[in-house]
Design a protein around this ligand. Structure first.
Ligand code: PGA
Length: 248
Protein backbone atom coordinates (compact mmCIF):
# COMPACT_ATOMS: atom_id res chain seq x y z
CA UNK A 1 0.00 0.00 0.00
CA UNK A 2 1.26 3.46 -0.89
CA UNK A 3 1.64 6.15 1.77
CA UNK A 4 -1.00 8.88 1.69
CA UNK A 5 0.23 12.41 0.99
CA UNK A 6 -1.47 15.81 0.98
CA UNK A 7 0.91 18.17 -0.82
CA UNK A 8 0.42 21.91 -1.22
CA UNK A 9 2.03 23.85 -4.06
CA UNK A 10 2.15 27.57 -3.29
CA UNK A 11 3.60 28.36 -6.75
CA UNK A 12 4.82 32.00 -6.94
CA UNK A 13 2.74 33.04 -3.93
CA UNK A 14 3.74 33.95 -0.40
CA UNK A 15 5.90 36.46 1.43
CA UNK A 16 6.66 36.79 5.14
CA UNK A 17 3.05 37.52 6.05
CA UNK A 18 1.97 34.11 4.68
CA UNK A 19 3.90 32.44 7.50
CA UNK A 20 0.84 32.97 9.72
CA UNK A 21 -0.89 30.32 7.57
CA UNK A 22 1.93 27.88 8.29
CA UNK A 23 1.60 28.48 12.03
CA UNK A 24 -2.16 27.96 11.75
CA UNK A 25 -1.71 24.76 9.76
CA UNK A 26 0.79 23.20 12.17
CA UNK A 27 -1.62 24.01 15.01
CA UNK A 28 -4.44 22.26 13.12
CA UNK A 29 -2.47 19.07 12.46
CA UNK A 30 -3.08 16.29 14.91
CA UNK A 31 -2.09 12.65 14.58
CA UNK A 32 -2.95 12.63 10.89
CA UNK A 33 -3.09 9.31 9.07
CA UNK A 34 -1.36 10.90 6.10
CA UNK A 35 1.77 12.86 5.30
CA UNK A 36 1.42 16.64 4.91
CA UNK A 37 3.73 18.76 2.76
CA UNK A 38 3.87 22.40 1.72
CA UNK A 39 6.03 23.55 -1.19
CA UNK A 40 6.47 27.34 -0.90
CA UNK A 41 8.60 29.60 -3.08
CA UNK A 42 12.32 29.01 -2.44
CA UNK A 43 12.57 32.25 -0.45
CA UNK A 44 10.39 30.77 2.32
CA UNK A 45 11.72 27.21 2.49
CA UNK A 46 14.26 27.69 5.28
CA UNK A 47 11.93 29.72 7.47
CA UNK A 48 9.05 27.33 6.95
CA UNK A 49 11.27 24.32 7.62
CA UNK A 50 12.26 25.91 10.94
CA UNK A 51 8.60 26.51 11.81
CA UNK A 52 7.61 22.98 10.82
CA UNK A 53 10.40 21.39 12.88
CA UNK A 54 8.86 19.03 15.44
CA UNK A 55 5.45 19.07 13.74
CA UNK A 56 3.96 16.68 11.20
CA UNK A 57 4.42 19.23 8.41
CA UNK A 58 7.14 18.70 5.80
CA UNK A 59 8.51 21.34 3.42
CA UNK A 60 9.50 20.97 -0.23
CA UNK A 61 10.73 22.85 -3.29
CA UNK A 62 8.94 23.43 -6.60
CA UNK A 63 11.75 22.56 -9.02
CA UNK A 64 15.51 22.00 -9.06
CA UNK A 65 18.38 22.19 -11.52
CA UNK A 66 19.93 18.86 -12.58
CA UNK A 67 23.41 20.01 -11.54
CA UNK A 68 24.60 20.26 -7.94
CA UNK A 69 26.18 23.71 -8.42
CA UNK A 70 27.68 25.94 -11.08
CA UNK A 71 27.10 28.87 -13.42
CA UNK A 72 23.30 28.74 -13.68
CA UNK A 73 22.05 32.17 -12.66
CA UNK A 74 18.71 32.08 -10.89
CA UNK A 75 18.56 28.31 -10.55
CA UNK A 76 18.55 26.25 -7.40
CA UNK A 77 19.98 22.76 -6.93
CA UNK A 78 18.50 19.77 -5.16
CA UNK A 79 21.38 19.91 -2.69
CA UNK A 80 20.47 23.52 -1.86
CA UNK A 81 16.83 22.57 -1.29
CA UNK A 82 17.87 19.77 1.05
CA UNK A 83 20.28 22.11 2.83
CA UNK A 84 17.44 24.62 3.36
CA UNK A 85 15.34 21.94 5.05
CA UNK A 86 13.29 20.54 2.16
CA UNK A 87 12.40 16.86 2.13
CA UNK A 88 10.58 16.82 -1.23
CA UNK A 89 10.64 18.60 -4.58
CA UNK A 90 7.91 18.96 -7.20
CA UNK A 91 9.35 18.26 -10.68
CA UNK A 92 7.90 18.68 -14.16
CA UNK A 93 4.83 20.66 -13.10
CA UNK A 94 2.88 21.64 -16.22
CA UNK A 95 3.62 25.31 -15.51
CA UNK A 96 7.37 24.52 -15.60
CA UNK A 97 6.88 22.49 -18.78
CA UNK A 98 4.91 25.36 -20.39
CA UNK A 99 6.77 28.43 -19.03
CA UNK A 100 10.31 27.01 -19.15
CA UNK A 101 10.05 24.43 -21.92
CA UNK A 102 10.98 21.55 -19.62
CA UNK A 103 10.91 18.22 -21.46
CA UNK A 104 10.52 14.71 -20.08
CA UNK A 105 14.28 14.34 -20.47
CA UNK A 106 14.89 17.49 -18.40
CA UNK A 107 12.52 16.22 -15.73
CA UNK A 108 14.25 12.83 -15.61
CA UNK A 109 17.60 14.59 -15.03
CA UNK A 110 16.04 16.65 -12.24
CA UNK A 111 14.63 13.47 -10.66
CA UNK A 112 18.11 11.94 -10.68
CA UNK A 113 19.49 15.07 -8.98
CA UNK A 114 16.70 15.06 -6.39
CA UNK A 115 17.18 11.40 -5.53
CA UNK A 116 20.95 11.89 -5.30
CA UNK A 117 20.33 14.60 -2.70
CA UNK A 118 17.98 12.27 -0.78
CA UNK A 119 14.89 14.31 -1.64
CA UNK A 120 11.58 12.70 -2.52
CA UNK A 121 10.67 13.58 -6.12
CA UNK A 122 7.05 14.40 -6.98
CA UNK A 123 6.85 13.93 -10.75
CA UNK A 124 3.93 15.72 -12.43
CA UNK A 125 2.26 14.54 -15.62
CA UNK A 126 -1.04 15.38 -17.30
CA UNK A 127 -2.81 16.01 -20.58
CA UNK A 128 -4.02 19.28 -22.09
CA UNK A 129 -7.67 19.77 -22.91
CA UNK A 130 -6.97 19.29 -26.64
CA UNK A 131 -5.27 15.98 -25.89
CA UNK A 132 -8.21 14.80 -23.79
CA UNK A 133 -10.65 15.83 -26.52
CA UNK A 134 -8.55 13.93 -29.06
CA UNK A 135 -8.82 10.79 -26.92
CA UNK A 136 -5.07 10.46 -26.34
CA UNK A 137 -4.94 11.09 -22.58
CA UNK A 138 -3.56 7.68 -21.62
CA UNK A 139 -0.91 7.79 -24.35
CA UNK A 140 0.22 11.27 -23.31
CA UNK A 141 0.34 10.42 -19.64
CA UNK A 142 2.10 7.11 -20.35
CA UNK A 143 4.75 8.81 -22.49
CA UNK A 144 5.40 11.53 -19.89
CA UNK A 145 5.59 8.92 -17.14
CA UNK A 146 8.06 6.75 -19.06
CA UNK A 147 10.26 9.69 -20.06
CA UNK A 148 10.24 11.60 -16.78
CA UNK A 149 11.37 8.76 -14.51
CA UNK A 150 15.02 7.78 -15.01
CA UNK A 151 16.25 4.21 -15.28
CA UNK A 152 17.03 2.66 -11.93
CA UNK A 153 15.07 5.28 -9.96
CA UNK A 154 14.59 4.39 -6.30
CA UNK A 155 10.80 4.05 -6.21
CA UNK A 156 10.73 4.42 -2.43
CA UNK A 157 11.60 8.11 -3.00
CA UNK A 158 9.15 8.70 -5.85
CA UNK A 159 5.65 10.21 -5.95
CA UNK A 160 3.64 10.69 -9.15
CA UNK A 161 1.06 13.47 -9.49
CA UNK A 162 -1.55 13.28 -12.24
CA UNK A 163 -2.61 16.83 -13.03
CA UNK A 164 -4.79 17.41 -16.10
CA UNK A 165 -3.58 20.80 -17.36
CA UNK A 166 -7.15 21.96 -18.02
CA UNK A 167 -8.15 21.28 -14.39
CA UNK A 168 -5.37 23.36 -12.81
CA UNK A 169 -6.67 26.58 -11.31
CA UNK A 170 -9.89 26.40 -13.32
CA UNK A 171 -12.36 24.96 -10.81
CA UNK A 172 -12.99 22.13 -13.29
CA UNK A 173 -12.18 18.53 -12.44
CA UNK A 174 -12.38 15.27 -14.40
CA UNK A 175 -15.15 12.85 -13.48
CA UNK A 176 -14.24 10.31 -10.82
CA UNK A 177 -14.24 7.60 -13.54
CA UNK A 178 -11.80 9.62 -15.62
CA UNK A 179 -9.49 10.02 -12.61
CA UNK A 180 -9.73 6.27 -11.89
CA UNK A 181 -8.88 5.39 -15.51
CA UNK A 182 -5.72 7.48 -15.49
CA UNK A 183 -4.57 6.43 -12.01
CA UNK A 184 -5.13 2.74 -12.79
CA UNK A 185 -3.14 3.23 -16.00
CA UNK A 186 -0.26 4.93 -14.16
CA UNK A 187 -0.13 2.13 -11.59
CA UNK A 188 -0.17 -0.51 -14.34
CA UNK A 189 2.57 1.26 -16.33
CA UNK A 190 4.78 1.63 -13.24
CA UNK A 191 4.20 -2.02 -12.30
CA UNK A 192 5.05 -3.14 -15.83
CA UNK A 193 8.33 -1.27 -15.70
CA UNK A 194 9.39 -1.59 -12.07
CA UNK A 195 7.49 -4.62 -10.72
CA UNK A 196 5.96 -4.88 -7.26
CA UNK A 197 7.76 -1.79 -5.86
CA UNK A 198 5.32 0.26 -7.95
CA UNK A 199 2.53 -0.56 -5.49
CA UNK A 200 4.19 1.65 -2.88
CA UNK A 201 4.46 4.79 -5.05
CA UNK A 202 1.89 7.36 -3.90
CA UNK A 203 -0.23 8.56 -6.84
CA UNK A 204 -1.62 12.05 -6.25
CA UNK A 205 -4.44 13.72 -8.14
CA UNK A 206 -4.03 17.48 -8.74
CA UNK A 207 -6.25 20.12 -10.31
CA UNK A 208 -8.91 22.15 -8.47
CA UNK A 209 -8.93 19.97 -5.35
CA UNK A 210 -10.75 21.71 -2.50
CA UNK A 211 -12.28 20.68 0.83
CA UNK A 212 -15.69 20.12 -0.80
CA UNK A 213 -14.52 17.62 -3.46
CA UNK A 214 -11.54 16.05 -1.67
CA UNK A 215 -13.31 13.12 0.02
CA UNK A 216 -14.89 11.81 -3.19
CA UNK A 217 -11.59 12.09 -5.06
CA UNK A 218 -9.73 10.26 -2.26
CA UNK A 219 -12.22 7.39 -2.52
CA UNK A 220 -11.16 6.74 -6.15
CA UNK A 221 -9.07 3.66 -6.88
CA UNK A 222 -5.31 4.29 -6.85
CA UNK A 223 -5.65 7.87 -5.57
CA UNK A 224 -3.30 8.17 -2.59
CA UNK A 225 -3.53 11.90 -2.04
CA UNK A 226 -3.55 15.27 -3.75
CA UNK A 227 -1.29 17.99 -5.08
CA UNK A 228 -3.15 21.18 -4.21
CA UNK A 229 -2.49 24.67 -5.58
CA UNK A 230 -4.91 27.47 -4.69
CA UNK A 231 -6.56 25.69 -1.77
CA UNK A 232 -3.19 25.10 -0.06
CA UNK A 233 -2.64 28.81 0.54
CA UNK A 234 -5.11 28.98 3.42
CA UNK A 235 -4.61 26.74 6.45
CA UNK A 236 -8.35 26.22 6.92
CA UNK A 237 -8.85 24.98 3.33
CA UNK A 238 -5.73 22.83 3.23
CA UNK A 239 -6.55 21.51 6.71
CA UNK A 240 -9.94 20.39 5.39
CA UNK A 241 -8.25 18.48 2.56
CA UNK A 242 -5.78 16.91 5.01
CA UNK A 243 -8.68 15.76 7.23
CA UNK A 244 -10.47 14.26 4.23
CA UNK A 245 -7.34 12.31 3.28
CA UNK A 246 -6.62 11.28 6.83
CA UNK A 247 -10.12 9.85 7.12
CA UNK A 248 -10.11 8.21 3.64
P1 PGA B 1 -4.94 24.06 -8.28
O1 PGA B 1 -3.44 23.74 -8.74
O2 PGA B 1 -5.22 23.22 -7.05
O3 PGA B 1 -4.92 25.55 -7.97
O4 PGA B 1 -5.84 23.72 -9.41
C1 PGA B 1 -2.94 22.43 -8.69
C2 PGA B 1 -1.50 22.39 -9.09
O5 PGA B 1 -1.11 23.08 -10.06
O6 PGA B 1 -0.68 21.67 -8.47
Amino acid sequence: MARKLAAGNWKMNGTTEALTEVAALTALLEAEACEVLLCPPATLIARMADMAHGSALMIGGQTCHPNASGAHTGDISAQMLADAGASHVILGHSERRADHGETDEDVAAQVTAALTSSLIAIVCIGETEAERDAGVTLNVVGTQLAGSIPEGADLSRLVVAYEPVWAIGTGRTPTLDQIADVHDHIRAELSGRFGSAAQDVPLLYGGSVKPSNAAEIFAVSNVDGALVGGASLKAADFGGIVSALSGA
